[in-house]
Design a protein around this ligand. Structure first.
Ligand SMILES: *[C@@H]1O[C@H](CO)[C@@H](O)[C@H](O)[C@H]1NC(C)=O
Ligand SMILES: *[C@@H]1O[C@H](CO)[C@@H](O)[C@H](O)[C@H]1NC(C)=O
Ligand SMILES: *[C@@H]1O[C@H](CO)[C@@H](O)[C@H](O)[C@H]1NC(C)=O
Ligand SMILES: *[C@@H]1O[C@H](CO)[C@@H](O)[C@H](O)[C@H]1NC(C)=O
Ligand SMILES: *[C@@H]1O[C@H](CO)[C@@H](O)[C@H](O)[C@H]1NC(C)=O
Length: 485
């Protein structure tokens, strides 16, 4: 009966593929060894071939794999439409490649002491990531690809929902066999409905879009029902995570939609302690900053160049913040900064938007990162990657990837109530440990961890997410899976 339901998948060829897999599974343990012995002779040869290709031409490898597909719908850029007769061969190629690649990852990681250190405490992380397999759902374009018609969709503040999806599509942890997947990634872009009035992302439709995606995958595939979504991964990259609202009180009142409560949410929102909008299995991720924009800025002015601005902030600073249902923007912290330091020569404070603001960050010693409506801001990432010491003014903020990025060593934290003493605090640091902080900030490992690349790079933000997911994997489950193979 499951096969019947599977047949209803939207893409015909995928439906067929999944059905094939299902039949294979139903044949149980007899299917696999037979398949293995059949292709064992080819295996060595294919392993050799794929290693060669892997070394000498990643491009060729992709092309080779693609040419074995019998694919009349070539814009579906993947191997799901593989002609069934080539299925096993192709799977051997791709799995040997992924095994090799993760070994390579482990070896190079072990030989790089800088990388080894942050992961040292988490015994087994690396061997887990070797086994990590993620199935990426293919959803109709209205859930994701259509939104890319607006170029901003893939490079604005919330674009990690796009970047993580892209990185997974070409990554070694991706599996095309949902039955061997540890996690299921549901690629829905909810942040790209930009308001025609102010250009901000309107996320009012997020809940219904996600709910309809869950409806679709839970009726077309058996995996959602199997786990009630607990091995399914979503990105919620805006202000208050899976609560999908920019105002905290409304976000809390709305709460996390029931259908997401058992899933894993990759979210930028994080605070210490309990909060209704992080009361879900989650991985804290950095806000999206385009690696290209950073590269361009650093080509014009290197991070180790002259810094003639002592303290920098550009952004919304209301002189008289409005009382919005009992709350004030930035809890009036930005107002206090503006009032106290607006006329201070050492503070370069700007209230208007300026597209070239990264060139100002790279000229600054301290970059203020006060809360907005939510505690986090893109300044956290931009400061670090451009070598400006982030001054975090957001009580109780929880910061991304604390194992990889030792925030206390590369940033300053100033309590919201101490914002009036900011000048004194910064002067004191400048006279004492500024050089030490700046030195820590130059660590390339730290900067790499905060940027999402279109293709996963070792140690980058998506890599950190995968590492966090690997830790979440139930180890005994992994072990039992391995022992039955
Ligand atoms: C985009 O947001 C507007 C409100 O700002 C809403 O009316 C519209 O339905 C949304 N579009 C989609 C496709 O959800
Ligand atoms: C999953 O459960 C829902 C609700 O119980 C049901 O409508 C749907 O058909 C189920 N999906 C599968 C693939 O069995
Ligand atoms: C803010 O407005 C609310 C009503 O929306 C009111 O109860 C509260 O006293 C106001 N707070 C301040 C500090 O003005
Ligand atoms: C630098 O000094 C400040 C103020 O004394 C202190 O809060 C901070 O932890 C120090 N940072 C480092 C990395 O030493
Ligand atoms: C881990 O997996 C085992 C075997 O599948 C299961 O019995 C156990 O309850 C799981 N533990 C957790 C914390 O999910």
């Amino acid at each position: 009966m499951e096969a019947q339901q599977i047949k209803r998948t939207t893409a015909k060829s995928r439906g067929f593929y999944v059905k094939m897999k299902l039949l294979q599974q139903q044949n149980g343990k007899h299917g696999r060894p037979h398949e293995k012995s059949c292709f064992f002779r080819y295996y060595k040869w294919l392993l050799w071939l794929s290693l060669t290709l892997y070394f000498f031409s990643p491009y060729l490898l992709t092309t080779t794999t693609t040419t074995t597909t019998n694919d009349d719908d070539s814009k579906n850029d993947n191997k799901n439409n593989i002609n069934p007769t080539f299925l096993s061969k192709t799977r051997v190629v791709s799995s040997s490649k992924s095994t090799f690649a993760s070994r390579a990852l482990i070896e190079s990681t072990a030989s790089d002491s800088r990388l080894q250190q942050p992961l040292h405490d988490q015994e087994g992380v690396l061997s887990l990531s070797k086994d990590l397999k993620i199935y990426v759902y293919e959803l109709p374009p209205e859930y994701n690809a259509d939104w890319l018609n607006n170029e901003r969709c893939s490079n604005h503040l919330f674009a990690s929902e796009v970047a993580i999806h892209r990185a997974l599509l070409t990554s070694d942890v991706r599996t095309f066999d949902p039955y061997e997947a540890d996690f299921f990634f549901v690629p829905v872009y909810v942040s790209c409905n930009f308001s025609t009035v102010n250009g901000f992302p309107a996320i009012g439709h997020a809940r219904s879009l996600l709910s309809s995606a869950v409806q679709l995958i839970s009726s077309d595939y058996p995996f959602w029902n199997r786990s009630l979504g607990s091995d399914h991964v979503f990105v919620a990259s805006h202000d208050f995570g899976a609560c999908f609202h920019t105002m905290e009180n409304v976000a809390i009142a709305d709460g996390i939609p029931g259908f997401l409560k058992r899933s894993i949410i990759l979210q930028t929102f994080g605070v210490q302690g309990k909060h209704p909008c992080q009361d879900v299995e989650n991985v804290l991720i950095p806000p999206y900053v385009s690696p290209e924009s950073v590269r361009t800025t650093l080509e014009r002015a290197p991070a180790n160049g002259r810094r003639d601005i002592f303290a920098f902030f550009r952004g919304k600073m209301e002189v008289h913040p409005k009382n919005v249902s009992g709350r004030f923007y930035s809890k009036r912290v930005r107002t206090a900064i503006w009032r106290k330091y607006g006329g201070d020569r050492k503070f370069y404070l700007q209230r208007h938007r300026f597209a070239g603001y990264q060139s100002e960050i790279v000229r600054s010693v301290f970059c203020l990162c006060p809360l907005g409506w939510a505690p986090w801001s893109p300044r956290l990432v931009e400061s670090v990657v451009l070598g400006c010491v982030p001054v975090i003014i957001a009580d109780d903020i929880r910061l991304p990837f604390p194992e990889a990025v030792r925030w206390p060593e590369i940033s300053l934290t100033v309590a919201e109530r101490d914002v009036g003493k900011l000048g004194m605090i910064l002067e004191h640091v400048a006279a004492t440990n500024l050089t030490a902080i700046q030195k820590n900030l130059m660590d390339p490992f730290v900067r790499r961890a905060l940027l999402f690349n279109n293709q996963i790079e070792q140690g980058d933000a998506t890599w950190q997410v995968l590492s966090a997911l690997a830790i979440k994997l139930n180890r005994s489950y992994i072990r039992s899976r391995d022992s039955t193979q």
